[in-house]
Ligand binder design. Structure first.
Ligand code: FUB
Length: 378
């Protein structure tokens, strides 16, 4: 899983001393807070966009616009002791802090702790990528965490304030499993939750709907069979439960055949997101070990969705995870990389504009600036 970064620790150790001055020049705001700014191999000008916050490490940004403000619900990365492995044991997050801003490019406020793992009765550790929703005066925070048996479940917590604090339900959502919840509310008011992730996200250990602690560590190991699919379920009117047994989300190729397990450049890995553009449903996701953000288009929130291409080429770092939202008449991609730290486990969220082509396809974004210019492929 980590092949791109295998040489990174040694390289970083060497660069930390030599590049300290450079790092400080590049990230002057890093002198305070958790995100101290370490070795960086590139000047800030190489990146398409800059970290939204530099005082804490953040990842997995789920962005929403409420009451004219932008709220970002990220993971809060911490520098824990667990060694990096293929199952993401090094992502040891223990709480959530929410970001808000009046406009894209404006000042970003970092909220206080909005939910702590110690206050969630069923959860033990690893508060991974969250999302949020709003209905009838209440904000809902959806979050994955490992329970005491080591199985990922999805919880929900509520608040009257989009910044929290959130009060968790005493149990995870009944029938939930795996990671990366993303909630989409359609024009008719119905809300759907998408979730799932393979490898450390344990989707392959939940194929029957019941967690199998002895299941495969990665995927189903069936490269010539349909890939594991993300899940979707309609939420109940109170937003707290599934109305149905989660369904598999079909992602098809251009011939209408399911993407195969061996198609690592296109198959689903984790990080579901749903948005609607000109009446079509866009399901987007991360391809994980090939590091792309990809998307597929369909006519219903349940799918099927036809693979259309990449939203973003690989960022610096192993994972990226995104959300897409409209603000001030333009579309924005929130994502993360490791610009501040150079370490997989310590990420920082960013935002850049997303553009559609006239036929509804999305222009692929290069997260780096080449020859002084941002490159976006038509
Ligand atoms: O942040 C922990 C995990 O890494 C997320 O849940 C995945 O989407 C990946 O970003």
């Amino acid at each position: 899983m980590r092949s791109r970064l295998k040489a990174m620790p040694v390289l970083l150790a060497l660069l930390t001393v030599g590049c300290q001055q450079k790092a400080e020049e590049t990230h002057p705001a890093n002198a305070t807070g958790e995100a101290k700014g370490a070795a960086t191999m590139r000047p800030a000008s190489d990146y398409l966009s800059q970290p939204l916050v530099t005082d804490i490490y953040t990842a997995d940004p789920s962005a929403h616009v409420w009451n004219g403000k932008i709220y970002v619900y990220p993971s809060h990365d911490i520098d824990g002791p667990t060694p990096e492995d293929d199952l993401g044991a090094h992502f040891e997050m223990r709480d959530y802090r929410i970001l808000s801003m009046d406009k894209i490019g404006g000042k970003v406020t970092v909220g206080p702790v909005a939910l702590d793992v110690k206050d969630v009765p069923w959860a033990d550790k690893q508060m991974w990528a969250p999302d949020a929703a709003y209905k009838n005066g209440t904000y809902y925070l959806y979050f994955p965490a490992k329970d005491k048996a080591g199985a990922f479940r999805i919880g929900v917590a509520t608040s009257k304030d989009p910044m929290g604090p959130f009060k968790p339900q005493p149990q995870p959502i009944k029938g939930s499993y795996s990671i990366d919840p993303a909630v989409f509310t359609d024009d008719d008011g119905a809300s759907y939750i998408y979730f799932g992730g393979i490898w450390g996200g344990q989707l392959q250990r939940n194929v029957t709907g019941t967690y199998d602690a002895n299941g495969s560590k990665t995927d189903l190991g069936q490269d010539d069979k349909p890939a594991l699919q993300p899940r979707v379920a309609k939420l109940t009117g109170d937003m707290l439960e599934f109305t149905e047994t989660p369904r598999a989300v079909q992602i098809l190729d251009e011939k209408g055949k399911p993407l195969l397990g061996g198609d690592h450049d296109r198959r689903f890995f984790e990080a579901s997101w749903m948005h609607k553009y000109k009446g079509k449903y866009y399901f987007s996701y991360s391809t994980g070990d090939t590091h792309y953000l990809a998307y597929a288009i369909g006519d219903s929130p349940y799918g099927p969705f036809t693979y259309k291409g990449r939203i973003m080429e690989p960022v610096e770092g192993w994972t990226t995870h995104h959300s897409i939202t409209q603000w001030d008449g333009r579309w924005w991609l929130f994502y993360a990389d490791t610009q501040l730290s150079g370490q997989t486990r310590l990420r920082n969220v960013k935002v850049t504009e997303l553009h559609y082509n006239p036929d509804g396809t999305i222009r692929t974004i290069n997260p780096f600036v080449t020859n002084g210019k941002a490159a976006a492929k038509p």
